[in-house]
Design a protein around this ligand. Structure first.
Ligand code: SF4
Length: 259
């Protein structure tokens, strides 16, 4: 049983519970190391807003079919389909894709032209077909099972830490943080964190988000989905909608920025 009983995981918590499962000390240490002002206040302020963030997810989160999936192959393959692609486009082909390729073995045995035709609307067809076939080969090696291993999951061509971590989090209930440009942008604004050029590749940003992610599978799932959806719907790159944001009270950008 995974935390997919609810597509968002668990969206209710208390400050007391969060203090028991968030690595507040390490989050403060990371912020301190890059010279963020008052890291203690910043982390406590973020923690204060986390129950509101999860409640926001419950009301506004996007209910995609892969968020209801519990089968590791469906989750792993979905994350590959989502690479550099709009979620709505993946949702459009999702039913047909998994009707045709319900397992890694089915994908390997299928005619490659069928695979190409189904993923065609997503673009990057050569890239995607190669990655999906290598992922299916990886799973077929171990009797059609997706390996629950961060390194192994990254063996297929162009599968990086984000996809591997998403698979571990959503398919195997391993609490951890997902860092992409959206989630990095949120922490950059909330903490007035001077983000590096490629924040999604920064080990320090990863460490900060790992420290903030609750060490509890259902809460970690909700935490990550909340940040992903907040980055897509509210804290957008151009026009963040701070008045509608559940993090506004603890957000440095909202408190000091021109919003
Ligand atoms: S308050 Fe504004 S800047 Fe801060 S996280 Fe929310 S939308 Fe982004």
């Amino acid at each position: 049983m995974t935390s997919t009983d609810h597509p968002f995981g668990r969206t209710t918590t208390t400050l007391d519970e969060l203090h028991g499962c968030v690595d507040v000390t390490d989050a403060k240490r990371v912020l301190n190391s890059i010279g963020v002002a008052k890291p203690d206040k910043a982390v406590e302020g973020f923690l204060d807003q986390m129950p509101t963030l999860l409640a926001w997810l419950d009301e506004h989160g996007r209910d995609y079919p892969w968020r209801r999936a519990s089968d590791p192959w469906q989750i792993y393959a979905s994350e590959i389909l989502l690479q550099r692609t709009r979620s709505d486009a993946v949702a459009d082909i999702y039913p047909e894709f998994f009707a045709q390729f319900p397992s890694a073995r089915c994908l390997l045995e299928a005619d490659e032209e069928d695979l190409r035709s189904i993923v065609h609307p997503l673009g990057f067809v050569n890239h995607r077909v190669r990655t999906l076939r290598e992922a299916a080969e990886l799973c077929a090696e171990v009797q059609d099972e997706v390996p629950a291993d961060l390194e192994a999951l990254q063996q297929p061509w162009r599968v990086g830490p984000y996809t591997a971590r998403a698979c571990l989090l959503f398919a195997f209930d391993q609490p951890m943080a997902l860092v992409d440009t959206n989630t990095a942008r949120i922490v950059g604004r909330v903490f007035d964190y001077p983000l590096p050029e490629q924040p999604h590749k920064s080990t320090r940003v990863q460490r900060l988000l790992d420290a903030l992610a609750p060490d509890n599978p259902a809460l970690a799932r909700a935490f990550n989905l909340a940040l992903l959806d907040l980055g897509a719907l509210v804290c957008t790159s151009e026009n963040p909608n701070c008045p509608a944001c559940p993090l506004a009270e603890g957000c440095e950008y909202a408190q000091t920025g021109d919003v």
